[in-house]
Ligand binder design. Structure first.
Ligand SMILES: Nc1ncnc2c1ncn2[C@@H]1O[C@H](COP(=O)(O)OP(=O)(O)OP(=O)(O)O)[C@@H](O)[C@H]1O
Ligand SMILES: [Mg+2]
Length: 225
């Protein structure tokens, strides 16, 4: 498949701190890393998950920093809340279910006993609400590991938003976290600590976000039923 090296003529439809997403046509998008990261591992994982019935965009092609995949239509789960189209309880159940379904997929040979395929960034901005239901995007962090670690990372990310700088989303994020913890149960403290450690080394977080991580972790424990 021919992927254009020059993307200046393409419509940029999304992207965040590490990648840009361009529309190739009505059915396909190109996600391109800005640095020298490779999309190969996530492409392989996504194709494997799709074959096991887990909701991910279909992968068409990947090479170096490029991933060409199915173009999804729909708002993110976060946008659905902000638009009042999804209530927090339903969202919490959906988010918990997406974790549970992922962890029920038989892991590949790379996993040790008890491990599963983890997403490790499964928050409401990485779930698109489409005509075929909720579909999980942004598999850049995927790895094998204990399922509870995925829950710890997601809970911590929600808590970061709930204690973060963006005032309008703090209260909904807190309620979502409460509902998520109600669904998934207590997150082991050791794995929460591990999530804090890994996220403090994440170059995508700024100084203030890093300094806030212990406060966020404390909120996860405080809201655990
Ligand atoms: N398959 C897809 N179909 C349609 N839009 C997509 C698709 N994948 C990504 N997008 C759009 O691009 C945005 C960013 O995608 P993604 O989360 O993969 O990138 P990112 O650079 O990791 O972003 P962030 O750093 O914010 O997590 C999504 O919110 C969505 O709007
Ligand atoms: Mg993302």
């Amino acid at each position: 498949m021919l992927v254009p090296a020059d993307v200046s003529g393409l419509e940029r439809i999304g992207g965040g701190r590490q990648a840009d997403v361009y529309a190739l046509d009505e059915r396909r998008v190109l996600r391109r890393y800005r640095g020298d990261l490779s999309a190969g591992h996530e492409a392989t994982t996504m194709a494997y998950l799709a074959a096991h019935g887990y909701p991910v965009p279909a992968v068409h092609h990947s090479a170096g920093p490029d991933l060409v995949m199915e173009r999804l239509t729909g708002r993110t789960m976060a946008q659905e809340w902000l638009a009042g189209a999804l209530d927090l309880d339903t969202g919490a159940r959906l988010l918990a279910g997406l974790h549970q379904d992922l962890h029920a997929v038989p892991p590949t040979g790379a996993a040790a006993p008890g491990e599963a395929i983890l997403h490790l960034d499964l928050h409401p901005d990485n779930v698109l609400m489409t005509g075929r239901g909720a579909v999980v995007i942004d598999w850049s962090n995927t790895a094998a590991g204990p399922p509870d670690y995925d829950l710890a990372v997601s809970a911590l990310i929600l808590a970061e938003v709930a204690t973060g700088r963006l005032d309008p989303v703090r209260a909904p994020a807190r309620e979502l976290l409460r509902g998520f913890l109600r669904e998934v149960g207590p997150v082991p403290v050791a794995l929460l600590d591990r999530a804090v450690g890994v996220r403090s080394g994440d170059g995508n977080l700024d100084e203030a976000e890093r300094a806030n991580l212990p406060t966020a972790a404390a909120l996860v424990l405080a809201l655990t039923p």
